[in-house]
Design a protein around this ligand. Structure first.
Ligand code: SF4
Length: 425
């Protein structure tokens, strides 16, 4: 069959889509571009905001008009909306996220056959005889799913359930296969990756083992929750010859103690700042990222200024700022102290502007130095594009198509709008 896949949402969803594509090809199906004619469309959905969930349902309704013979829905929306309502909405088969069960409208349809392959690919149980299929030089590898931290604004624990880890041996086998295919950078991905466990082994052990796989040049991590594995990871990052990328995406959410408490986050601003200071002291020019929510219920002007102060204090180079939006079904949606939507947005704009300046300043700090870049593409005029270990976008002049997928050392000549430019050395 010709099967198209439409992915919404986070990096983990994209990693899962790569696994689904690998499984479908292994079973003899062809993956075709999404948006045209296909026998079955797989919609791998997101539900992190109410808007994302509405969009998932809208895409399901629109899929047939766009030329899909049948529609399968998987991903987070399935657990929150429920399979019955989704089937009533015109979807042919649903792979329910938390249980992994397949629900169908009419048994025996092509969509059901596809849904069963999708369910097996997402189950994460045991060894897979196929590799994920990626369209980039960076390969996200899913190492765990689920979260039980229960932050007050987050629906993810309801959608994805409690933490489950893939066994170390399976992850390393997948990474070895990807390295043999030429992938040099592996991104260890999950809902809450610091929850990864295999017996006594934790995330830093996994990162160390993954970076020892022959052919792997870099290991990158998705975001690390404060108060989990950050100090062990910084130890590893700081070690000589470490292959762990010098980036720490470290969600702040708020710089105010009271707001963090209402959010049910597990750290204080002081603990957050101490961990960042420790990381910056041990990993010079660390690529530091954070997520921040503005206008959470109860965030007054002083609380917002505490967030501004925290962002201004440290050299963040990658800031994700979101105005708070109520997610029905979460404790925060029923909290008092709602902040007007316009204020949430104004505050977000202010932090975004600060973040942009910091991103540019961080890139400018590379001018005159060497940086190592994984080349993701080379345009016709020999302009290579890629990312440094610290997650700075880079442009290298004078490369050839054969350089795609290679790690290239560059001398940085200039930095404009947060993008560094130079030549290979
Ligand atoms: S750590 Fe908090 S925000 Fe992140 S997935 Fe878990 S509950 Fe959601």
């Amino acid at each position: 069959m010709k099967i198209a896949i439409k992915t919404m949402g986070c990096r983990l969803n994209h990693a899962e889509t790569a696994t689904i594509a690998g499984a479908l090809e292994y079973e003899g199906h062809a993956i075709v571009p999404e948006g045209g004619l296909c026998d079955v469309l797989v919609l791998h959905t997101c539900t992190v905001t109410a808007a994302a969930q509405r969009e998932s349902m809208r895409l399901a309704r629109a899929a047939r008009r766009a030329g899909a013979g049948g529609v399968v829905m998987s991903g987070c929306t399935t657990s929150v909306v429920g399979p019955e309502r989704i089937l009533e909405g015109g979807v042919d088969a649903v792979v329910e996220k938390k249980s992994g069960q397949v629900h169908v409208g009419a048994p025996g349809s092509p969509a059901e056959a596809v849904a069963r392959i999708v369910a097996a690919a997402l189950s994460g149980n045991g060894f897979r005889p196929y590799l994920p299929r990626f369209a980039s030089t960076r390969a996200p590898v899913k190492v765990q799913d689920g979260c039980d931290f229960r932050c007050a604004y987050c629906i993810v624990p309801d959608a994805r359930g409690a933490p489950r880890s893939r066994p170390l041996a399976d992850i390393l086998a997948e990474i070895a296969g990807l390295a043999a295919q030429g992938f040099r950078e592996i991104v260890l991905t999950g809902v809450n990756v610091a929850c990864w466990r295999d017996g006594e082994a934790g995330l830093a052990d996994l990162a160390r083992a993954a970076s020892s796989v022959p052919g792997v040049a870099r290991i990158r991590l998705s975001s690390i929750e404060p108060g989990t594995a950050e100090r062990d990871l910084v130890d590893l990052m700081a070690a000589a010859e470490s292959r762990l990328c010098r980036t720490l995406h470290y969600p702040l959410q708020s710089g105010d103690a009271g707001v963090l408490k209402r959010m049910r986050r597990r750290y204080t601003p002081e603990q957050y700042a101490a961990a960042v200071e420790d990381a910056l002291a041990r990993v010079p020019r660390l690529g530091l990222g954070a997520d921040v929510i503005t206008g959470f219920p109860g965030e007054d002007d002083a609380a917002f200024e505490a967030s501004v102060g925290m962002i201004e204090r440290f050299p963040f180079s990658n800031l994700h700022v979101f105005p708070y939006s109520e997610r029905p079904g979460t404790p925060a949606a029923a909290m008092d102290g709602a902040v007007p939507v316009a204020t949430r947005r104004e505050r977000a704009q202010r932090l975004i502007a600060i973040g942009e300046e910091k991103r540019k300043r961080f890139a400018a700090s590379f001018v005159g130095d060497e940086a190592e870049v994984l080349v993701e593409r080379v345009d016709g005029d020999g302009d290579g594009r890629g990312w440094t270990s610290e997650y700075v976008e880079a442009r290298i002049e004078g490369l050839a198509t054969a350089d795609v997928g290679r790690l290239v050392a560059m001398r940085v000549r200039s930095a404009v709008d947060g993008i560094v430019t130079g030549n290979a050395v």
